[in-house]
Design a protein around this ligand. Structure first.
Ligand SMILES: *Cc1c(COP(=O)(O)O)cnc(C)c1O
Length: 373
């Protein structure tokens, strides 16, 4: 058989991301390409910045989308803010905290770990103690919404501790942006990164980031050059702003940015608070149904993410077999457990466009029928 065009089925994505993308966003993706320095495209990039500021709830001038997935946004924050020899407190309560540690070490800095159980939020008092033991720490890094477990940490409380200790914050908001309250300015967060394919429900491959003026000052006062040319945000800035005359840095993923523009516009039209409310409501519906089926949640109720529901796999149930049946017979994808929860839990995502009544009903029906077999 000669290779033919790839025609994927219509899957319903209820895992840890990518999430369902609305037809409106897919349509935007297929619009005619224009040059990346075309004045019309530059105008659209300015609108993407404005819309991102709204999503992040910030007035930060430096608010853009890195042309690469969330992991690149993560790396951009670490390599720009950290210099060799710096001390960084890294909170680890799941997979992504561990990746932060990797970033710190590879940037030549020292990572001071604050560990919490998988499924628990970060404990602020432990962070306070870490600052007391290491008063020369310059940065606090933590994951707001830990997608590997479904736990939400108190970003505002953690930020306050960092401020009290004259440290900056690096915050992973990949799964939180658009799904739960995230207030960059009010909470005074410094370097925040996200991803396009979680609660923004855009295609994967873009990473919204925002830097506070304190973060920019830290970058400008560096004694060593940023080790990554591509992620050096002072160079990227000339591409995303530069008041009319932009300098070429790299070729923006033009059509993906159309899609991000459309998904952010949809978020703006719905209203951020309404989107948070919808995620919470859909989570309640899913939770009630899952509990009726006998499922237990990994995370305590008060720190549960509405958009990522981690539940223990019932005893005697074949993890892979159930997920294969859901995929093949219902076109439904749910997430497997990750890291310490591999084989033990499923992660059911209700992110962005996937946080809808139809999806909740389908997921509950599919799980009930599949488990009965
Ligand atoms: C998905 C995710 C990432 C990585 O994003 P990619 O787009 O897969 O690179 C980082 N942090 C968290 C919390 C995530 O959920």
């Amino acid at each position: 058989m000669p290779i033919q065009s790839f025609l994927p089925p219509h899957r319903i994505l209820m895992g840890p991301g990518p999430s369902d993308v609305s037809p409106q966003v897919l349509q935007a993706l297929s619009r005619p390409i224009v040059g990346h320095l075309d004045p019309l495209f530059i105008g659209m990039m300015d609108e993407v910045k404005q819309l991102l500021k709204y999503a992040f709830q910030t007035e930060n001038d430096f608010t853009i989308a890195v042309s690469a997935p969330g992991s690149a946004g993560m790396e951009a924050c670490f390599v720009n803010l950290i210099e060799p020899g710096d001390k960084v407190i890294v909170c680890r309560n799941g997979v992504f905290g561990d990746r932060m540690r990797e970033n710190v070490i590879r940037a030549g800095a020292e990572a001071i770990m604050v560990d919490d159980e998988w499924g628990s939020p970060v404990t602020p008092s432990k962070v306070k103690e870490a600052f007391e033991a290491h008063p020369d720490v310059k940065i606090l890094a933590f994951v707001h919404a830990e997608t590997s477990t479904g736990a939400l940490s108190d970003a505002q409380a953690l930020s306050r501790i960092a401020i009290d200790n004259n440290a900056l914050t690096i915050v992973d908001a990949v799964t939180s942006l658009g799904g739960v309250p995230l207030k960059v300015d009010e909470w005074q967060l410094d370097a925040v990164y996200s991803g396009s394919q979680k609660c923004l429900s855009c295609v994967p491959g873009l990473s919204p980031v925002t830097f506070s003026s304190k973060a920019i000052e830290k970058i400008q006062s560096r004694k060593t050059p940023i080790q990554s040319w591509f992620l050096d945000q002072s160079l990227v800035l000339g591409y995303w702003s530069g008041e009319g005359k932009r300098s070429y840095h790299h070729t923006a993923p033009v059509n993906s940015l159309y899609a991000l523009h459309e998904s952010l516009l949809m978020l703006k039209q719905e209203g951020l608070a309404n989107a948070w409310e919808r995620h919470a409501e859909m989570h309640q519906k899913l939770k009630q149904g899952l509990e009726k089926l006998g499922f237990e949640f990994v995370v305590e109720e008060q720190s549960r993410l509405p958009q990522l529901n981690a539940v223990y796999i019932p005893e005697g149930v074949d993890d892979a077999k159930v997920r294969t049946t859901l995929l093949e017979e219902y076109n439904l994808e749910i997430g497997a457990g990750l890291g310490a929860l591999a084989g033990k839990a499923w992660r059911i995502g209700l992110m962005g466009y996937a946080a809808r009544n139809e999806n909740v009903s389908l997921c509950l029906r599919a799980l009930e029928e599949t488990l009965q077999q």
